[in-house]
Design a binder for this molecule. Sequence first.
Ligand SMILES: O=C(O)c1ccc[n+]([C@@H]2O[C@H](COP(=O)([O-])O)[C@@H](O)[C@H]2O)c1
Ligand SMILES: Cc1cc2nc[nH]c2cc1C
Length: 352
Amino acid sequence: MNPNWWQNPARTPDAAAGERARARQQQLTKPRGSLGRLEQLAIDLAALQGRERPGVEAPWIAIFAGDHGVAAEGVSPYPQAVTGQMLRNFAAGGAAIAVLARQLGAELELIDLGCAVPLDPPIAGLRQLHLGPGTANFVEAPAMTEAQLHGALEAGRDSVTRALAAGAQLYIGGEMGIANTTAASALACALLDCPLAALVGPGTGLDAAGVARKATVIERAVALHGGHAGEPLELLRRLGGFEIAALAGAYLACAQQGLAALVDGFICSVAALLAVRLNPSCRDWLLFAHRGAEPGHRHVLEALAAEPLLELGLRLGEGSGAALAVPLLQLACRLHGEMATFAEAAVADAGR
Ligand SMILES: O=C(O)c1ccc[n+]([C@@H]2O[C@H](COP(=O)([O-])O)[C@@H](O)[C@H]2O)c1
Ligand SMILES: Cc1cc2nc[nH]c2cc1C
């Protein structure tokens, strides 16, 4: 395996299948264009799935969890123990993403890359990688070692391989990690030509004083590591987190292995931005579910030229926004695949 596997080119979407889908859309019993963005969504999925009538009946949801050393700077209102506690809640079925996965009939895969607090008793069904007890505090040192970075990228890739082996038609990555909005904002600040103030927000619920403290922490981190601005992999190692690297690896692998990925919230979008900076050919395989409440999210989406499907004021993470958008994708596919054509229904078409 090439150690720099993430550089391998993405698959080329099937333009001919996309064209057949576009032609079909023109024949369905509706004024042309009247289903708005749902029409292009079905056409895009047709090109990504290589068939005129795509479907997303089998979504795969992988949640990547990891802790962050920068939590020691008081950047989150919640204690680090919540990362592992929420993993237990995902597994027990009580978390939002567990409810959504049940409703969708989706596979929910849980991957612990490294929590600060040992998970005792063990959680049945959890995949554990033990990359470390969380990342290092990046105001003092790089967040990850080279080995941890590559281990996390590979964890994302391996999850995509499992999804494809199980016949998944859509990949959703989610994340759980107390303090990971600090890491995501720091990465966005180092990657984008955008003032820090626009990229920092309350995360799980900091007040104004907390956001100001968080901004100071990120300023220190960017001053220490920002010299690597043109090196996305090194920035990811220095300012990222295990789950952010795993998501970037998963998006890259989706593009290489030919599986459409539906990107969730702020943290996932930063991981997608990293994936695109690491290998621009992966951009075609990324669909964006929503624009969330964390203020930096819109700037990251703009940098990706992404027009997300929903805007619901979400700021939960754990893949929830992407899961919420799945029914819209499913309905776009059903309409595209099952509506009658003008000829089939004997409906008069517009004179052209
Ligand atoms: O996805 C988002 O847009 C999002 C926005 C704010 C917070 N979160 C979630 O909240 C956690 C990080 O928040 P914080 O305040 O601890 O940095 C992490 O587990 C994320 O899943 C997620
Ligand atoms: C309770 C809780 C649930 C979460 N899910 C994703 N991030 C989260 C952060 C907290 C604090």
